[in-house]
Design a protein around this ligand. Structure first.
Ligand code: MIC
Ligand code: SF4
Length: 646
């Protein structure tokens, strides 16, 4: 039986567990990345683990999220991360150098290697044939320390691409089509592997747009083969030496198959407030636009910028529209500055932003009240833009630029003929904004710069014998990490300060939640399906931990968030029967008796007694040997410390 590409790479990296479908396997991690919003915590955790120098082949710390420095906090965090990086053997991509995923693809990613990153869009690296996975900061810290990263041996979905994209139809439309078909939970527990004749018609940046937004499917990761197109890209980055050819065996066996004819795809948009709420322009109808934002790790490549500049050339942004553009990296910005495309954008009236996440994470450029904003980003969750009633549509750069000129949602095919956009044969290469770590002999001399906003990891404790408490919050389906732990310019500076950031936990759903939970001292949360979708931010587990949350009981979890809860020592429980969701309400008094003994004994079904309603609810607590020990120890940090002692 042949192997899929995913299996080939995983198999070459397995260090723990039996390589069997559905099993938990530990894989060796070659590379890690962090960004600043999750990075301070990840490095505090790395320090707590106590390994002096990273054991990976390459670890990079990026500064790209919290670049709006409206107080001392973000700048302090940047300096902290920079100093930790220097001391512990990590490369440091300075603010201004660009968005982590874009830069990593350009300068560091290597086909066939494994990468984990403390950011859910790490799968962007799948665009050049990496197994690149988003994870919590603590998992990344453990991997930097040389520990394995654990995943469930995934189901592998073959997306068979045929045909070729039509004029003005973009890679963004391909992933929107996949999202339309599979939904935001369609990828859970799966790796999406792209194959077929259509693959070679897509450039590396186009492939990366598709793997990037595979995160919105809830997939573990997405991957393209490494072929001639990959080689050309790496050559143009002066990195041909890291290329290897990689593809699935002809007789590889997949769990599911999806067929997509690229020629049949049309321009589309994901409508508010979910990336899978996908419609064609015709279905949406005439929609007046207030704002257009172009950028983010999904669509900020040199090629994207060149298409946008072509559309804007000699025109003026519509008087009712504000157009913001953030090129994805210093390399991209530098190249469009040198070839005149930047001047074209400025001429047309674009507001040029620095190469960073910016509006994608609500760092500035929040739209007007009720404003319609077309964005080339990957997430349009309610409130994420910073404007509670903002109406965010996710579109391709082509559609974004065309609409910025007309003032309403415009099918880019109305632009008429499209020139052939050629990939550059040589990118502008200058890594002067990536600081190298100190040599081993000088490590000890590096001083860690810790600002006053940097507070330690919250207190943990081993799992108790019995849980007796109240339900402090009950929420519905598809709760995102942006609900649990909102981001934006006001809250992000608190990412290194769990006590302070906890005061914003779930306030999008219920302003009183942090106070109520803290007053209760201990409590549980109840939720619906796909709980915790979206970001990898472990703050969505650490804030609840700080507020005394002992367990989260839901219909189903999103992968990274469930792992983050376990890492924080919070019990992840699911209803055996989804109807039981109705048998438990906010404020109910509950008990889980003998929970420690039962988990120690390897029981996977527990009983939640609802004392208020007088009913018993069977729940699943599916922990493997390792995750069981993590929960018993009170979280991954304690578990890792214990294992290192042994
Ligand atoms: C996001 O897109 O939501 C983020 C901000 O990049 C997050 C990480 C974070 O919350 O810091 C992610 O996707 O993991
Ligand atoms: Fe940054 Fe947005 Fe990409 Fe997250 S999705 S890494 S915030 S650009």
């Amino acid at each position: 039986m042949g192997l899929t590409l995913t299996e080939k790479i995983l198999k070459a990296h397995v260090v723990d567990g039996e390589f069997v479908k559905g099993n938990e396997i530990g894989i060796r991690i070659d590379q890690t990345l962090t960004q600043d919003a999750t990075g301070t915590m990840a490095y505090l955790e790395f320090e707590a683990i106590g390994v002096p120098r990273v054991k990976t082949e390459r670890s990079v710390a990026y500064i790209d999220h919290n670049t709006l420095q409206s107080g001392f906090e973000n700048a302090d965090d940047h300096r902290f991360i920079g100093s930790v990086a220097k001391k512990h053997g990590i490369w440091f991509s300075r603010p201004g150098n660009g968005i982590c995923h874009q830069v990593h693809l350009e300068r560091f990613g290597i086909p066939g290697k494994t990468l984990i990153g403390s950011d859910s869009h790490t799968p962007t690296g799948g665009g050049i044939g990496m197994i690149a996975i988003g994870a919590g900061g603590l998992d990344v810290a453990v991997a930097m320390g040389g520990g394995a990263y654990y995943i469930t041996y995934p189901k592998i979905v073959k997306v068979n691409l045929t045909g070729k994209l039509s004029t003005w139809v973009a890679a963004k439309d391909v992933i929107l089509e996949v999202l339309k078909r599979l939904s935001v939970k369609g990828g859970v527990g799966k790796v999406i592997e792209y194959c077929g004749e259509g693959v070679k018609t897509l450039t590396v940046p186009e492939r990366a747009t598709i793997t990037n937004m595979g995160a919105e499917l809830g997939a573990t990761t997405s991957i393209f083969p490494s072929d001639e197109v990959t080689l050309e890209f790496l050559k143009a980055q002066d990195r041909a030496d890291v290329w290897t050819e990689l593809k699935a065996d002809d007789n590889a066996v997949y769990d599911e198959e999806v067929n997509i004819d690229l020629s049949a795809i049309v321009p589309m948009a994901a409508c508010p407030h979910s990336p899978d709420n996908v419609k064609t322009v015709a279905e949406i109808g005439r929609l007046k636009v207030d704002q257009v934002c172009i950028g983010s790790c999904t669509n900020s490549s040199f090629m994207d910028m060149m298409k946008v500049a072509y559309i804007l050339k000699g025109k003026t942004v519509h008087p009712d529209v504000s157009l913001a553009i953030a090129p994805g990296s210093k390399q991209v910005l530098n190249m469009i500055a040198q070839n005149g495309a930047l001047a074209t954008m400025i001429d047309a009236g674009a507001r040029i932003l620095e190469s960073a996440c910016g509006p994608c994470i609500g760092m500035g450029q929040s739209p007007n009240s009720g404003g319609v904003s077309l964005r080339t980003f990957n997430r349009n969750f309610e409130g994420r833009s910073g404007t509670k009633d903002g109406q965010i549509y996710l579109v391709s750069p082509e559609m974004a630029a065309a609409s910025a000129l007309t003032g309403y949602l415009t099918d880019p095919r109305e632009l008429g003929e499209m020139p052939k956009f050629e990939m550059p044969r040589q990118f502008v290469i200058n890594d002067n904004m990536v600081a190298a770590p100190a040599p081993v002999e000088e490590m000890d001399k590096v001083e860690i710069l810790r600002g006053p906003n940097i507070k330690p990891y919250p207190e943990t404790a081993p799992l108790v014998d019995n849980i007796e408490c109240k339900v402090s919050l009950k929420v519905g389906d598809n709760i995102t990490t942006d609900h649990i732990m909102p981001a934006g310019a006001k809250i992000l500076p608190l990412r290194s300060n769990i006590p302070a950031i906890s005061q914003h936990c779930f306030t999008v759903c219920d302003e009183d939640f942090p106070r109520r939970a803290k007053t209760l001292g201990k409590s549980i949360i109840v939720g619906g399906v796909n709980y915790g979708q979206g970001s990898s931010r472990e703050h969505a587990a650490l804030a609840p931990l700080y507020l005394g949350i002992k367990a989260v009981l839901v219909k189903s979890f999103a992968r990274i968030h469930r792992a983050n809860l376990i890492n924080a020592g919070i019990l992840p429980l699911t209803f055996v029967s989804e109807e039981d969701y109705d048998k438990i309400g906010q404020g109910d008094e509950i008990a889980i008796e003998n929970v420690r003994a039962d988990i120690e004994a390897g029981k996977t079904q527990l009983t939640v007694i609802n004392k208020t309603k007088g009913v018993s609810i069977p729940v699943l607590c599916e922990l493997t040997g390792r995750t069981k020990d993590i929960i018993l120890a009170g979280g991954l940090l304690d578990y890792t410390r214990e294992s290192l002692k042994k």
